[in-house]
Write a protein of this length. Structure first.
Lengths: 266, 250
């Protein structure tokens, strides 16, 4: 196992709030096994705004106490087997949300604000089960007009994968701005990249606009094909066959353990 | 008359429902709604601009501000139409995307509510699309409300459901009543079959017409340009469609 990835995983401590991106935005699958080997558990996962394979594997490995998410699935490969089993068994705490509420919570943290108001949600069971969200009457409306307040989401650490970083720790995220939102809101950000380039990403206006400055980045490690079996935008496609192989294997705890013991190969 | 595949009827129906939209978004893994939106765009070509955003597509997605931009667009009132499925849909158009049984320890867990708890409120034309038309999907009352079909007065609600399309037929939704009315049945199905397969009460007119089918020009567009466009995002679905067309011609 890559020493850099091991070192990054060792920054995660039990009980941390960990922000992870949606399956098409740049999931650092390369960090999953190092995280499991490191073994820090009782994690509170924040899916931005939904989760997939990585969430399922961390749940299956028993590292997760809480999942805050708008959805968890393996996309075309179907339901997330270990997550679904954990829900059925009642072994994880659920914080069901809706996508823009997760974005709103991160946005509040980005601004240093205590909360963000948002439309929708009134009358849903999503809202009914969230005792951390509040409903107030819009103070500018002159009576009535209920609106939901989403408290700021402050992850301890954000973890994602991107195409490239430079030697200064600037990371190119292109138009995947949710990765920046995660980093702004989080105390630490751990990034794996396809490659580290020798030129400064901020020196060229063409890459500067899509670059997350090193200010927000705690550590970077090179991990070629680090999103696999997920794809990475502009780089490679999702390996749906591998997702299906996992989905079949992880139907049982034994099958999951056997799959995870196998060598990860891209 | 040319034979028409059941999925072509669904795609054409979606294109009809989308008449007049300027911006339509399609969620991940939704080939039929995507094809319907692409057909709408093709039909309106040269007359008006229809913009389409397909989640997960590179070619059919122009957003540059991450996954929040779709919701921001909806909040700004720019998004005219969207699609929702649902593990359960009830007669009040409540949608359940979370699971069966008592939350949180549901015995069957579906992925989750995604953006439904927001988009159902903010997008004027939400089309409920679920191919499976059975009493276990179309239920009297959902087990969990991911998104409610209607809201009480005073709740900000510019959006909501307009129709429910299944493999058997098309319902219109009346938010004033509230409830569904059977609008048409697809070829090969009838009102009695639909009544037996639907778990909620709805209104049925004395005569239920057949769902309109695409004319030859529309069919040419559908099997040409739309099928080609769809193949970028949904290659497997497009290939299966082509196979069915070849079998139809044989």
């Amino acid at each position: 196992m890559n020493a850099d990835l091991r070192a990054m995983a060792s920054r995660i401590r039990p009980g941390m709030r960990v922000a992870l991106p949606v399956d098409y935005a740049g999931v650092s699958m390369a960090m999953t096994r190092p995280m499991i080997a490191h073994g820090a558990g009782d994690l509170h996962l924040i899916c931005v705004p939904t989760g997939g394979l990585q969430v399922d594997q961390l749940v299956g490995a028993g590292l997760v106490r809480t999942v805050e998410t708008s959805a968890v699935s393996l996309g075309e490969a179907g339901g997330a087997p270990r997550f679904n089993q954990a829900v059925k068994d009642g072994t994880i705490r659920l914080r069901d949300a809706t996508c823009p509420a997760i974005h709103a919570g991160l946005m509040a943290a980005q601004k240093g604000s205590p909360f963000m108001p948002m439309r929708g949600l009134i009358g849903t069971d999503v809202l009914r089960h969230r005792d951390d969200w509040q409903v107030i009457d819009n103070p500018f409306a002159g009576g009535g007009d209920p609106v939901v307040l989403i408290p700021a989401i402050h992850p301890d650490v954000a973890i994602f994968h991107a195409p490239m970083a430079d030697r200064s720790g600037n990371v190119w995220i292109g138009r995947r701005r949710e990765l920046a939102a995660m980093a702004y809101a989080s105390a630490e950000t751990l990034v794996t990249v396809e490659r580290i380039v020798e030129h400064n990403l901020l020196a060229d206006e063409a890459t500067a606009a899509g670059t997350l400055p090193a200010l927000y980045v705690t550590a970077v490690a090179e991990a070629p094909r680090g999103a696999w079996p997920y794809g990475l935008w502009g780089e490679y496609a999702t390996d749906t066959d591998e997702l299906l192989r996992y989905a079949r294997a992880a139907r049982t705890a034994e099958g999951f353990a056997k799959y995870m013991a196998g060598e990860a190969s891209a | 008359m040319t034979a028409i595949l059941p999925r072509e009827t669904l795609i054409f129906t979606i294109a009809r429902l989308l008449d007049g939209v300027k911006l339509v978004a399609v969620g991940a893994a939704s080939p039929v709604p995507a094809a319907g939106a692409m057909l709408r765009r093709a039909l309106d070509d040269g007359r008006r601009t229809v913009r389409l955003s397909v989640l997960g597509s590179v070619e059919h997605n122009f957003f540059t501000n991450g996954s929040a931009e779709l919701f921001d667009c909806a909040g700004q009132g720019r998004l005219d139409a969207f699609f929702l499925g649902g593990g359960q849909i009830d007669g009040q158009a409540n949608v359940n995307l979370v699971g069966v049984g008592d939350y949180p320890q549901t015995q069957v867990r579906w992925p989750g509510s995604f953006g439904s708890a927001y988009l159902y409120f903010t997008v004027p034309k939400v089309i409920l699309f679920r191919e499976e038309h059975t009493p276990r999907v179309l239920v009297e009352k959902v087990d969990f409300i991911s998104a409610p079909g209607v809201s009480p007065p005073g709740v900000y609600r510019p959006g909501g459901p307009v129709a429910l399309l299944t493999s058997k037929g098309l319902f219109r939704f009346d938010s004033g009543r509230p409830g569904f009315t059977l609008e048409s049945v697809h070829p090969g199905h009838d009102a009695a079959e639909i009544a037996a397969a639907t778990g909620f009460a709805y209104e049925t007119p004395a005569i239920v017409p057949e769902t309109p089918l695409p004319d030859p020009a529309t069919l040419t567009l559908l099997r040409g340009r739309v099928l080609d466009e769809l193949a970028e995002t949904y290659p497997a679905f497009a290939a299966e469609w082509r196979r069915d067309l070849a079998a139809l011609a044989a």
